[in-house]
Design a protein around this ligand. Structure first.
Ligand code: 2AM
Ligand code: CA
Length: 269
């Protein structure tokens, strides 16, 4: 299927940023053995990729607003806003684990209209436009048809140790892991969503996310026929940072489990 002009703009920007990340990723391996480690170098790689994205997008579509992981919000008053994460999966990148991605979404009049997630290591490009379906390297994607919860593989994220949600996340994970075929914590929210869209994960849930971690992936999963929501039907994903994804059945089942009352010690007072 021919790509639209908009998707072409986003793909050009994401692959340019991805090439910059790949070059730096090769360097990170050498820095693992240095005393200081690769931390500062990775921050620079992240900033450089964001600058590349910003410049490419702004050149093709001047004047749009930006919401960026590193640069924050640049509000130009435009009806269009790019939501970008130059390096999703930073911890993987820092540790030379080849599982990270560039994520670019476009919101117009408050609605997600296009999303691109690019994994520069596998060179997989996940794209979607509102109402036009989702694609991986230009092949149509659909979420998995699997409905047996006990056969499903579910992605999740483990919150950083110092976070209060840690105990809650473990309680949820203990409950869910006893009912499914496997749990995967990959370290990239964007790729988790892309993999749900591609039918590689049957479901995904995570807390503590930011809008740029999810924006492109939300549209890609929905355009692949999947469901993504806040676990609480009355809450907004962008506000709470929690989401649950899958096909209709797996999404419903996961959402039900995530809404079960917690042990008393973990309940908010
Ligand atoms: P990042 O790599 O861009 O930081 C890991 O489970 C997922 O959570 C990644 O997509 C990661 O994005 C995201 N995330 C968001 N906030 C985070 C934080 N404070 N610490 C670690 N990961 C975070
Ligand atoms: Ca991120």
């Amino acid at each position: 299927m021919a790509r639209s002009a908009l998707i072409n703009v986003m793909v050009t920007a994401a692959t340019k940023a991805g090439r910059s990340l790949t070059r730096d990723f090769n360097e990170v391996e050498n820095l693992q053995i240095s005393i200081k480690g690769p931390g500062d170098f990775v921050s620079q790689a992240d900033l450089k990729a964001e600058k590349t994205l910003r410049e490419a997008l702004n050149k093709a579509r001047p004047g749009y607003s930006f919401l960026m992981e590193e640069g924050g919000l640049i509000d130009t008053g435009s009806d269009h806003r790019w939501i970008i994460d130059p390096l999703d999966g930073t911890t993987n990148f820092l540790h030379s684990n080849p599982f990270f991605a560039v994520s670019v979404a476009l919101e117009s009049h408050g609605q997600l209209v296009a999303g691109v997630i690019y994994d520069p290591i596998s060179e997989e490009l996940f794209t979607a436009e509102r109402g036009r379906g989702a694609f991986v390297n230009d092949r149509r994607m659909r979420v998995a048809a699997r409905t047996g919860f006990d056969e499903s593989v579910i992605a999740t994220g483990i919150p950083a140790l110092n976070k209060t949600e840690h105990a809650v996340a473990l309680a949820r994970q203990r409950d869910i892991m006893s009912r499914v075929a496997g749990i995967r914590a990959t370290g990239s929210a964007a790729l988790n969503l892309a993999y749900v869209a591609a039918g590689r994960f049957d479901g995904y849930y995570e807390t503590g996310l930011s809008p740029w971690d999810m924006a492109a992936g939300l549209l890609i999963v929905r355009e692949a026929g999947g469901f993504v929501t806040e676990p609480d039907p009355d809450a907004s994903m962008y506000e709470t940072g929690s989401l649950v994804a899958g096909n209709e059945i797996i999404h419903g089942k996961l959402r039900h489990l995530l809404n079960k009352p917690l042990p008393e010690a973990l309940q908010k007072k």
